[in-house]
Design a protein around this ligand. Sequence first.
Ligand code: GDP
Length: 434
Amino acid sequence: MSANPNSPNRQYTLERTRNIGIAAHIDAGKTTLTERILFYTGMIHKIGEVHDGAATTDWMEQERERGITITSAAVTTEWWQRNEDGVTKLFPELKQRINIIDTPGHVDFTAEVERSLRVLDGAIVVFCGVAGVQPQTETVWRQATKYHVPRIVFVNKMDRTGANFQNVFNEVKEKLGAHAARILIPIGAEDHLIGQIDVVNQKAIFYSDSDKFGSTYEVRDLDDAQKAVAEEAYGELVNAVADVDDVLGEKILMEEAFTKADLKAAIRRATIANKLIPVAGGSAFKNKGVQYLLDAVVDYLPSPLDLPPAVGMDPDDHDRHIEVITSDNEKFVSLAFKLWADKFVGKLVFFRVYSGSIKKGDTVYNPRTRRSERVGRLIRIQSNEHKDVDVCYSGDIAAMVGIKNVTTGDTLAAEDHDVVLEPPTFPEPVISMA
Ligand code: GDP
């Protein structure tokens, strides 16, 4: 069990992979947030090119293009975390891969969301800072709870008239019954939204309109008013985490000192165990707010290794379970979760690898059709392009080309591996509280 699950050839380890969905009520800002994440993470291709003057048109141009990408089933991006002083170090070992899987935002999507939930490991749930928790999002929320999907809440549109972070935070606790704690608190609101308080680090982060990839964040000490808010929120956060995390709880009980790293590790454990919901507030329109949300994704949402492995079974005897281990050193097992007709490439089969790895040209077996087919190409949707890749590893999300007899929900596995992933179960009907 202790063997390294990572192939030495892969670019990103499993530990540095995040597969997330962004769920939201229609209009809360899911599309905008996804676009901005792609823009800010995509800046790796634009070092030194984004300046104030030309930036507006550049952005619009890029966003129009990216509009196409983000409606795709899954898009891959990469991210470097900053340290607590806001410094980004471009060390390869600090690079993270984040796959964003599209979760439909409509009411009639129950089965589809379920499928997404089986593919993603964590989610950002976006609420509008004005409208707050809406009935439709309660449905998604309950499904996410049912499937044990760890979540971070992002209260968006804090720049809009009438936005109120505290109200939405209270609704998350009261209407959704979430054990929630604030990690990023907006500074100001409406026209005066200027930044965020980083509760763990007790620092203020200021938004800026111009940025270069890899630049230092504008992190400042808190003024007196911000300090009062930050200290109260810190106390609440520590208590909320200690309530559900034994390690931190014990330390506090024994009056032992704990470090920021201890606190972050405890938040991470509690979030992954679905016992805590970290809540951040800001605006997708604001530069640094989006980056800090990505840091929270890396800090608190699980890697594929943090979750129980997928359940496999014998296709002819569903009572016979077959272990599907999250490791590159196992036989290949994947789930086809979305089919997509692409104008240029043809039929794309989006899949998630649960176990093993697959090479371009390999043959995969589909236990439903009892047929094997050859994988012509492996494609990753990255920034705004289809990128051909030679190998996909455990935890990866990508698309295959060349597979004809497949439907959403099929297991595709190594030819000599007769296994089917546990089929989705359907949730009880949810009575909305409109
Ligand atoms: P979706 O339906 O959840 O994908 O929402 P969209 O991303 O399409 O956003 C809905 C509307 O809200 C669009 O007009 C966006 O420009 C706007 N919007 C998104 N985020 C923000 C924000 O942070 N502040 C403001 N003021 N408007 C936003």
